[in-house]
Write a new protein. Structure first.
Length: 256
């Protein structure tokens, strides 16, 4: 039996009762490229849902949505232009409906398999706002698989790591390489790869209960927000993060 050591400085109660390893098994991934860095304003331009079964080619579902205008700053990040979405993009109402339905369906088709989202607080919040805009209701977080947020996990297990926590830099820190960065499919695959590497480097994470990890990540995200808020108060005493402390949806529509 392999001995699993607790992460230094983090007691066993934090990670809960250990179970079978999930991080080297089938994983689902989701990512979206958008019009804005601000999730309550952003519109989804492209999205990918990927089923990654070790030893097999990934199953990839992709969407391109016709939503304009697209700011120059956003185009410089992901390269999706207004001309591209006007010519090739689908009706956003249809696209958002399909994306959400697929997220709900993969939980049924792949029970007890988690979904990897790089910065779930952002992507889930954007999708929640788009659901309210086009479908008239919030995203039901309980109908999608348990979330594994690679950004939040990295902050938990390696809190004092030097360097930026953007996906490419974080993956490199774990000796991984990203391909097709800033495309929804490329970032989805990179997020899955990162989570697998975290689970390998920190076995306690890869064996943690998926249901318990939801609380661990929510608590860790709030703690990070509190610390960031405190740091900002050095120069701006009025700085407030507000509902961004909620995880995985910043406006608090977690459907608990």
């Amino acid at each position: 039996m392999k001995l699993i050591k607790v992460i230094p400085g983090q007691s066993e109660w934090k990670w809960g009762k250990l179970g079978p390893k999930w991080s080297d098994k089938t994983l689902i991934g989701f990512d979206a490229e958008t019009t804005s860095q601000f999730p309550l304003q952003a519109k989804i331009l492209s999205a990918s849902i990927i089923i990654d079964v070790p030893g097999n080619e990934p199953i990839v579902y992709e969407w391109l949505l016709n939503q304009t205008p697209i700011p120059i700053q956003s185009i410089s990040v992901h390269g999706i232009t207004e001309e591209k979405v006007i010519i090739d993009g689908m009706d956003p109402a249809i696209g958002i409906k399909q994306i959400i339905e697929k997220l709900y369906q993969v939980k049924i088709d792949y029970p007890n398999i988690p979904i990897v989202i790089v910065n779930a607080n952002y992507d889930c919040s954007v999708l929640n706002e788009q659901s309210k805009e086009f479908l008239g209701h919030s995203l039901d977080i309980n109908k999608i698989p348990f979330i594994i947020d690679s950004l939040t996990l990295d902050r938990i297990v390696w809190p004092y790591r030097r360097g930026r926590r953007i996906l490419s830099a974080t993956l490199s820190a774990y000796n991984g390489i990203i391909q097709s960065a800033h495309t929804s499919t490329g970032d989805t695959l990179a997020g899955i790869k990162l989570v697998r590497l975290i689970g390998e480097k920190y076995p306690y994470v890869g064996h943690a209960s998926l249901s318990h990890l939801q609380k661990v990540q929510a608590d860790a995200h709030k703690q990070w927000c509190d610390q960031y808020e405190e740091y900002q108060h050095i120069e701006n005493p009025d700085f407030m993060i507000g509902n961004s402390k909620n995880w995985p949806i910043i406006n608090g529509d977690n459907n608990d």
